[in-house]
Design a protein around this ligand. Sequence first.
Ligand code: MG
Length: 381
Amino acid sequence: MNKQKLVILGSTGSIGTQTLDIVRQHRDKFGITALTANSNWELLAQQIDEFNPRYAVIRDESCYKQLKAAAGQTHILAGFDQITSVATLDEADIILNSLVGYAGFESTYEAIKADKKVALANKESLVVGGELIQKALQHSEGELLPVDSEHSAMLQCLAGESVDDIEKIVITASGGPFREFTKKQMEAVTVEQALNHPNWDMGAKVTIDSSTMMNKGLEIIEAHWLFNIPVEKIEPVIHPQSIIHSMVTFRDGSSKAQLGLPDMKVPITYALGYPERLDLETPRIDWAQPHTWTFEPVDYNRFPCLRLAMDSIIEGGFAPAVLNAANEVAVKRFLNEEISYIDIPKIIDLSLKHVDSNQTISVHTLKEIDEETRKYALSIK
Ligand code: MG
């Protein structure tokens, strides 16, 4: 493949730094056109020094001066709108979007409209704007590739298959740190406990979402849009070892699974190289050793966020956008110790009941619903 020019949105986060590790292993295949960060200007300055991008964006404008002073030849931009502008740069081939939350939607949407290949680690893009993004893809020469272990597994299982032959997608979930907690124990969960995930090392928002299983709910919505599969055909299953990243069962009863150690570099590499496979120096499963992998059904009673997410996509319209906004607010309030752990699903449920809209979905109306939901979710005592 020709050398691909890469824009990384969120280059100082967990996915962003791992993507740069992969670029280090493939300097002949990838160059960096732009990097963006929220406020970690020191790390961004180091990345600029090493990868020499044409542009770098710091979202927090108060960090502009420090970054500018440290940046050499790179054009330094500041503010949220500049993130969208580097996501549509003419010279860019691949946009890796690892922004957190609804903030990532606009970049995904605009990059698709600009015919880019988007490697999507921002799951909220599809949760909130799946319908708009799918429509944009129909008129775009760009493509959308998942950077999430489950969706990458599905894509790998579907290579050479027809979507019409899918009987069921089995999406695996680790179950998070509270898999064996009783409802009573959940009432006393602390921020520290919730931030301690057994298998995956991720940012705070995703880690909390994993512990409530909202993460799995968001991923089901994402899979629905990515593969055009009704939610009834997507079945979540607990698989605590996180080795099988997802499975697809076909109409003839055969199932395919994709396996590997829990390592985000694998799905990142698959998305960057797609449809080719690239070398990756990363630990392998030792098949000569004994292994035990287990599966259990999910418990919607102890993990109500999962059910709320699945219901929201069945309801359709703005419901997934409301779910997402309420969840973002509730997670933030929990991290700030303003609410207890079990209030997270309560706030989402109340928001879904409160916010109602008959408007047509557009970028503008999504934003209005998002803002209205946030206001409401913040006001819940
Ligand atoms: Mg995942």
